[in-house]
Design a protein around this ligand. Structure first.
Ligand code: AMP
Ligand code: ZN
Length: 474
């Protein structure tokens, strides 16, 4: 399997430390707001990566943190505390906000068929480990106390900018242009490991530490949590491209200084989802969520399909027009797969043709092994549907591909039959469902309800479900 490694800036053969096993870490969400569909693009692509590894036979252990403390509005330790800001906005406690948005995140993930990692670790559950790591860094001379905060000293490293091609000046400005500089820092890219004194006098969550009551910096949590659950050597670490600097750069600085050896071999970064105004971001407000998609009548899996059609290393532009343009192909694909299922079930006694099955499975696997080329993998699926192999073999392939694609391929609207009457009916109902979707999108709910009632009067019941709109005869 070949994968692009941000650390070496090249597509490399993926070789885990231990044969057959993969230790994988994902930077989790900061739970002060709903995840937007940009964040979820990263999680969809990382989910496909994990499932590709499993499809290839690896035993994967995946860990994800939940950032419920320490993340400031600037990734460079300045600005407001995101969790506190969320709590104030909603007149709730920080922990209430954290719980609410953590649950909302996993609900969205489930709608997008994103598997929950094997270990999910909130940062507030690991304070003792953070303190221990900071003590070791101080002992080893990689950290210093200044203004009652503890900082990591980036000048102690031979190569702090491990991801290369980074212009220090540019990166620093990129982090934040409008904040006052922290005069405690010895070097401008030094970062906070532990805050005791900051401008947040009203910081909600504080813990006792050898340096006084305070709270951890953001970067330390991912170093600690990954080492706690995956050990000293990790195979692959994921996140969005905005995490490369400073977050992942700082994670490497801390972890390798703490451990005294190389820590993680492969770094997988997903490029951003943009809207017309640029990178989609929670701090811009007005964010596009899975719920917004659903309110407008879109099946969340249509968005997953939209993401899979582009490569994770390219920026992806989102618009409703683009989603609308993808919808007919997605509906057709799922209807075809459902038809195959019906045909296969009719000829249940037959076994799948092993040679054909292995050939197409290998083609699908090769597409993904080529730096997770999901668009090519989808093309292999179309090739299966077009081919004249028997339905039982087709269905076996579809179901196996869907383990990675996660599109609920054989769960299209019920009633999609193979005979003529069924097809006529299915066509009529899907047209009505589409008209209802458009009405909902235009907020013409009276029209949407009228369409539902009209169908009901004809004995056709439609239901909004997690997998999209389904229908059946009364
Ligand atoms: P956050 O909740 O802000 O910590 O971000 C969660 C994940 O989403 C991180 O891996 C980010 O790199 C990623 N991310 C943030 N914005 C976008 C975007 N517009 N497109 C894709 N991924 C993003
Ligand atoms: Zn992280």
């Amino acid at each position: 399997m070949k994968i692009y490694n941000t650390l070496t800036r090249s597509v490399e053969e993926f070789i885990p430390n231990e044969e057959g096993k993969v230790k994988m870490y994902t930077c989790g969400p900061t739970v002060y707001h709903y995840a937007h569909i940009g964040n979820l693009r990263s999680y969809i692509c990382e989910d496909v990566l994990e499932k590709t590894l499993r499809f290839a036979g690896y035993d994967v252990k995946r860990v994800m943190n939940i950032t419920d403390v320490g993340h400031l509005t600037s990734d460079g330790d300045t600005g407001e505390d995101k969790m506190l800001k969320g709590a104030q906005r909603e007149h709730k406690t920080v922990m209430e906000i954290a719980k609410f948005y953590t649950d909302a995140f996993f609900e969205d993930c489930s709608k997008l068929n994103i598997k929950t990692p094997d270990v999910v670790q909130p940062a507030t559950g690991c304070i003792a480990e953070f303190i221990h790591m900071i003590e070791v860094l101080l002992d080893k001379g990689y950290a210093y106390l200044a203004g009652e905060n503890v900082y990591f000293d980036t000048s102690k490293l031979k190569n702090y900018y491990v991801f290369g091609n980074q212009n220090e000046e540019e990166l620093y400005v990129g982090v934040r242009e409008d904040v006052e500089e922290d005069t405690n820092k010895r070097n401008k890219n030094d970062f906070v490991l532990w805050f005791t004194k900051s401008k947040f006098e009203d910081q909600a969550l504080k813990w006792d530490s050898p340096w006084g009551m305070g709270y951890p910096g953001w970067h330390i949590e991912c170093s600690c949590i990954s080492i706690k659950h995956l050990g000293e050597y990790m195979d692959i670490h994921c996140g969005g491209v905005d995490n490369i600097f400073p977050h992942h750069t700082n994670e490497i600085a801390q972890s390798e200084s703490f451990l005294g050896h190389k820590w993680c071999n492969y770094w997988f970064h997903v490029h951003h989802l943009n809207d017309r105004s640029g990178k989609m971001s929670k701090s811009k407000g007005n964010i596009l969520t899975v719920s917004v998609l659903e309110e407008q009548g879109y099946d969340p899996l249509l968005y997953r399909f939209y993401c899979l059609q582009s490569h994770y290393r390219k920026p992806l532009e989102f618009s409703f027009e683009a989603l609308d343009a993808t919808k007919p192909a997605f509906d057709k694909l799922r209807n075809k797969c459902s038809q195959v299922k019906k045909e296969a079930e009719a000829g249940q006694d037959k076994a799948a043709d092993k040679d054909i099955y292995d050939t197409f499975r290998a083609k699908f696997s090769d597409a993904l092994a080529n730096d997770i080329n999901t668009a090519s993998a989808v093309t292999v699926l179309y090739d299966v549907l077009k081919s004249d192999m028997d339905a039982v073999t087709k269905l076996a392939l579809i179901e196996s591909f869907d383990e990675v694609l996660g599109l609920n391929l054989t769960k299209a609207s019920s009633g999609t039959g193979t005979d003529e009457v069924d097809q006529e009916l299915a066509k009529y109902v899907s047209e009505q469902i589409e008209l209802r979707r458009i009405a909902k999108k235009e907020k013409d709910f009276a029209k949407a309800d009228a369409i539902r009632e009209e169908l009901k009067s004809k004995g056709i019941i439609i239901e909004d479900t997690r997998e999209g709109v389904k229908w059946h005869l009364a």
